[in-house]
Design a protein around this ligand. Structure first.
Ligand SMILES: Cc1cc2nc3c(=O)[nH]c(=O)nc-3n(C[C@H](O)[C@H](O)[C@H](O)COP(=O)(O)OP(=O)(O)OC[C@H]3O[C@@H](n4cnc5c(N)ncnc54)[C@H](O)[C@@H]3O)c2cc1C
Length: 315
């Protein structure tokens, strides 16, 4: 079994670390940020292959992650629940490519004349902050270690490891380097929850996508999806627009208060996530396995990608 350094302590790095430890490897996670300062902590985070093209590998990763998160929800893992969801449709109502294996997926009639129908389904929702800490506990319980350190290069991780897993998200743009990686800004609001239990989406709202995801104590209201934008300073106009559109979709939210405005940079990648062994080993001979560029679907694909990384490393 190999000595593996996983660079990255977001959802991707930590799920990979768990699977690698379960496969019997010795694992050290190196992360520049604490869990709450990763992009993963910003995520809404509901299972849904947002803005990802149909692709056989992505379908399998998503299905595997859904199964694992559903299992964890049934076992009471902190921050993981199954959430009844509706997606409002303004055009094509055909069953989407990702629906295979999604519990209770069905087409319902439209709620009013603006829509052509709505998909109903039940999917995992994850409160990522508490979930990241739960993942760290799993890593440590399995004998792994976590180190807070910024590496200047992936080669630095390879000096005392047989394998390096690159789970650095957006930072892969410079570390690999990979010019296909780019930021996709997302702005969301966290609101008080006036009693909402169902997740709502309208991705084709002419003014921009809208979603409302209830959590145990609050509601995530979103949100923007802005490729190429990396300015995280607050924008009152966007806050007002998100709130107005979310209230129009879910009128009960008129009673909600804004608790905070949050923004994050999704690790987008032209061509989709990169999950493969680099044909070039690192200087010093360590193997390099990449797992980055999950865009707006890192939680949605997490455990499926982790399974594949563990298979690649073990092969
Ligand atoms: C507003 C918003 C809403 C979202 N909603 C959803 C959703 O509903 N469902 C969903 O599936 N996804 C959602 N996402 C996307 C999801 O958050 C990302 O796909 C996911 O978090 C990416 O995880 P990651 O582990 O690759 O990256 P990150 O969480 O960014 O982690 C990267 C890690 O690499 C480390 N690192 C980077 N550089 C170095 C270095 N030089 N040395 C050491 N460590 C380094 C960092 O410290 C960090 O630990 C959302 C994102 C946003 C912004």
């Amino acid at each position: 079994m190999a000595d593996v350094v996983v660079v990255g302590g977001g959802i991707i790095g930590l799920t990979c670390a768990v699977r690698l430890l379960e496969a019997g490897h010795r694992v050290r996670v190196v992360s520049a940020h604490p869990p709450e300062l990763t992009v993963s902590a910003v995520a809404a985070a509901v299972w849904y292959p947002t803005h990802i093209d149909a692709d056989d590998r992505v379908l399998v990763w998503g299905q595997q992650a859904l199964l694992e998160l559903a299992r964890q929800a049934s076992e009471g893992v902190p921050g993981v629940t199954m959430r009844s969801s509706r997606m409002l449709l303004r055009g094509d109502t055909a069953t989407p490519w990702w629906a295979q294996g999604v519990p209770e997926f069905r087409l319902e009639p439209p709620p009013d004349e603006r829509f052509t129908g709505e998909w109903r389904f039940t999917v995992p929702a994850v409160q990522t902050r508490s979930y990241l800490y739960w993942l760290i506990e799993q890593v440590e319980a399995l004998g792994g270690t976590i180190e807070r350190r910024r590496l200047d290069s992936l080669a630095e991780a390879g000096t005392d490891a047989g394998v390096v897993v690159n789970a650095t998200g957006l930072a892969a743009r410079e570390l690999v380097p990979d010019p296909a990686v780019h930021p996709i800004r997302g702005r969301i609001l966290v609101l008080t929850n006036p009693g909402i239990t169902v997740s709502h989406r309208d991705e084709d709202d002419p003014e921009g996508g809208v979603y409302v995801h209830p959590r145990s104590r609050d509601v995530v209201a979103g949100g923007t999806f802005e490729p190429g934008q990396d300015d995280l300073s607050p924008d009152a106009g966007v806050t007002d627009s998100i709130l107005r559109r979310c209230v129009a979709m879910v009128p009960e939210l008129a009673k909600a208060r804004v608790l905070r405005e949050v923004a994050g940079l999704r690790p987008g990648r032209h061509g989709g996530p990169r999950l493969e062994e680099d044909p070039e080993p690192l200087p010093g001979g360590a193997r390099l396995v990449h797992c980055y560029g999950h865009g707006g679907a890192g939680i949605t694909l997490s455990w499926g990608c982790a399974d594949e990384v563990a298979r690649l490393v073990t092969a």
